[in-house]
Design a protein around this ligand. Sequence first.
Ligand code: 5AD
Ligand code: SF4
Length: 433
Amino acid sequence: MAKKLFIETLGCAMNVRDSEHMIAELNREEPYHLTKDAKEADLILINTCSVREKPVNKLFSEIGQFLKHKKEGAKIGICGCTASHLGEEIFKRAPEVNFVLGARNVSKIREAVAKEKFLDVNINYDESAYAFSEFRQNPYKAYINISIGCDKKCAFCIVPHTRGEEISVPHELILAEAERAAKSGAKEIFLLGQNVNNYGRRLSGGKRDEFNFSRLLTEISKIDEVKRVRFTSPHPLHMDDEFFEVFASNPKICKSMHMPLQSGSTAILKAMRRGYTKEWFLDRAKKLRAMCPQTSISTDIIVAFPGESDRDFADTMEVMEEVRFEQIYSFKYSARPLTSAANFTDKIDPEIAAQRLFALQTRHAAILDEMTPEYLGAVKEVYFEELRDGGVVAGRTSQNNTVCAKGGEELLGEIKSVKITQPQRLILYGQVI
Ligand code: 5AD
Ligand code: SF4
């Protein structure tokens, strides 16, 4: 009988892809069926995120719950960024855990499962050219890693310490994977990396790829069966005009750009070591809107970074007013071990941090309320990818809005025109026409 695998994936799209990699690698040896019930699983995996403190704190109580309810003989493995960061400490605090596998070591999952105890959290391990087996949780969309790790040294971010230095995956491997995925029905290719538009600067062994990110996008879009190309995350610093040109002119590239601002204050951006100013960011956003007006722009914002004054926060609010982001992921600053900002002494009072986050989110909700009615009556091309309850299918527009319409399986994997009849802040409801 096939073994049962329960896998919980926290964090970003990279982790989603790493979970897919692990599922595929496990299946290379023997069949595993995915289960949503940890109690019946033979193998329990938690693919962790360490970018903020809260989920890390919850990890050990969660492990405790799994240990209490798991099946006799079932194994439990902790993978991903918190595994990289805590390593051996996980065994010390939860000795029943069978293995700890870092974000940069997921290719070793079969070896980990075969041993009684296993630990590998080496952030210098190079998986950039490892031929992972393939598995897709969503057959209509193929996530493909184009680089691993991150070379930036943002003062708040733990990722370079969990995913190691940045190495690009050779373009031949990416193109071959995109081609296989598209031929097996994934019309959308979703390219992943911490810093995608820095693609090609360093291959394994220090060489450069002759492809940069713009070239990679162009080549992928030449595959006939590929209808849509998306990517995350780009860095505002590397958003040059050539990149915008390719983005704007290629109809297969989805018109949704993530531009992680983090802060609107030049002084705070400097303290964060982001490498750009408020003016640079505004200039890039303006240029993008001018070159490609239908683009929707999303962003990440951190409030209450150490030293953030009322004036600095006002700068962040100003950038939001000017750019009118279609989507914002906003966070209170959370001090992370190993990062340079963890040693900064000018911490912001938690009360003020909460007020700033509330002010930012409230104003953004109001901006969305101003923008949403404009969708009424619009016709959008929607790629349907998910069945929802009550005879509804969900998909996405090129701009990354979620659209729901009446329909069934016949719409899955199809791109259809949908007339928006009921726009809401987070979901646009419409009718297939
Ligand atoms: N505190 C708060 N938010 C953070 N992020 C990264 N590190 C931290 C931190 N220490 C946010 C950034 C990043 C997103 C993935 O998470 O906004 O873009
Ligand atoms: Fe979390 Fe960052 Fe690791 Fe993704 S790369 S799982 S966001 S810590």
